[in-house]
Design a protein around this ligand. Structure first.
Ligand SMILES: O=C(O)CCC(=O)C(=O)O
Ligand SMILES: [Fe+2]
Length: 421
């Protein structure tokens, strides 16, 4: 317990301890007693639901949440919790219904992620063959489209060295997304020195927004045609996620991000600038066989440990469909919405990435924003724009690469010739 961690992670640790479980079970018994006298006590049902949830008894938690709602305890937060519990129950039921005799005692072999040269890949082929079918792809030479001169750690240090950054670090039993918790804050320059030094840091400069923190780096960037139609650039300035990406990643050899699915149904790309990363990806259909734990979030952590897979505890892992690739400088990776992934930095590495929305994930993104909007007004505002019948949701098969400036001022005047609907 020596590593610093979030309250959420600490609460999970305590509720999984013997004393924690005993305390929670006693509370359950007390509330059940109250309900014997007054079965329509909505608040008691709501509270019982929370205690069952902490005891990881999701079916009971969902049952009592629904009873609380029937007793008139209605709020958006309860609808949000209901969806979290529904996801948990559904994943457990899917596993219960799966025939264990089909499982093996080892992980399936990983297939290699397909690789295609940017020079031979049209926007239409990318969209219909990979994006729409949720097939990951490495676009080789993709980074040459994006930068005339590839960024290096030296350049990042020159331009952003004095800026403040808050780092992440991996905590094995973290309940935070990707099992990454907040670590120390420092300057970009000091962090780069520390990852280049002898005793490289275990911290991760992870998803550091360039538009927010270092826009001066972006003026030279070109957004490849495959991602240039990002719907997040068609919403009002200030809207959620519109200016979050691209973001920067720097890590020493051996630093990882654990299994996760990118949030709000977004698609994702990553451009590898320096060093190597090994990606392991699963198809969206594998999600429940990776043993998601939704805890208090719509974005689960996964109970399986891919470094040392325990097939006795998690037998359905043997029925998944892993794909792997090692990203090298110049590679541009596309990760479709809904694909769980884990990333290992095989060397000191530098990369940029972005999440995006297009026609391939638009329905999923709207569904995810609907649930997030129950507790997040910014998600509600974004959804409102996406839901507008006049929202420009067509794409263009002859889309060209766009300079950063043109990408941010999406050239709407061309919209009448857009042909992918
Ligand atoms: O490079 C990494 O560690 C993973 C990046 C990633 O998956 C993300 O930002 O969602
Ligand atoms: Fe990710």
């Amino acid at each position: 317990m020596s590593q610093t961690c979030s309250a959420r992670t600490m609460i999970k640790r305590i509720s999984r301890s013997e004393e924690g479980k005993e305390f929670l079970s006693q509370r359950v018994a007390q509330i059940q007693q109250v309900l014997l006298d007054n079965p329509d006590n909505g608040l008691a049902h709501a509270s019982l639901s929370s205690f069952f949830h902490k005891l990881e008894k999701s079916k009971d938690a969902l049952k009592h949440l629904n009873k609380a709602q029937k007793c008139g305890i209605l709020s958006n937060e309860f609808l949000w919790k209901e969806e979290i519990l529904r996801r948990q129950v559904q994943s457990e039921e899917t596993r219960d219904m799966t025939d264990l005799s089909k499982c093996y005692q080892r992980m399936p072999d990983s297939k290699q992620v397909e690789r295609r040269a940017a020079a031979d890949l049209s926007v239409s082929e990318f969209f219909f063959k990979y994006c729409l079918r949720q097939v990951p792809l490495v676009i080789t030479g993709g980074v040459d489209i994006m930068l005339q001169e590839r960024w290096t750690l030296d350049l990042i240090k020159q331009v952003a060295g004095l800026k403040q950054v808050c780092l992440k670090h991996l905590v094995n039993d973290s309940m935070q997304w990707a099992r990454l918790e907040q670590s120390t804050c420092t300057t970009v320059g000091k962090f780069i020195d520390s990852v280049c030094g002898q005793n490289a840091s275990c911290d991760y400069l992870f998803d550091w927004s360039l538009p927010l923190h270092c826009p001066e780096l972006l003026s030279q960037l070109v957004i490849p045609k495959y991602f240039a139609g990002d719907f997040l650039q068609r919403v009002a300035p200030g809207s959620l996620y519109r200016d979050s990406w691209p973001s920067l990643f720097i890590a020493a050899n051996g630093v990882n991000s654990e299994l996760h699915i990118d949030t709000f149904g977004s698609n994702f790309w990553m451009a590898m600038l320096q060093g190597k990363k090994r990606w392991t990806l699963f198809s969206p259909a594998d999600k429940n066989f990776l043993y998601p734990d939704y805890d208090d979030s719509l974005d689960p952590v996964f109970q399986v440990d891919l470094r040392n897979p325990d097939l006795s505890a998690f037998p359905l892992l043997s029925l998944t469909h892993p794909q792997q690739c090692v990203l090298e400088p110049g590679d541009l990776l596309f990760v479709p919405s809904g694909c769980a992934h884990r990333v290992e930095n095989l060397t000191l590495s530098l990369a940029i990435s972005a999440n995006f929305v297009d026609l391939s994930n638009f329905p999923l993104v709207k569904k995810e924003l609907h649930y997030r909007s129950l507790v997040d007004p910014n998600a509600q505002e974004l959804l409102h724009q996406f839901d507008d019948l006049n929202f420009p949701s067509k794409m263009f098969s002859k889309q060209t690469d766009l300079s950063w400036e043109r990408f941010k001022k999406w050239p709407r005047h061309d919209y009448n010739v857009y042909d992918i609907t």
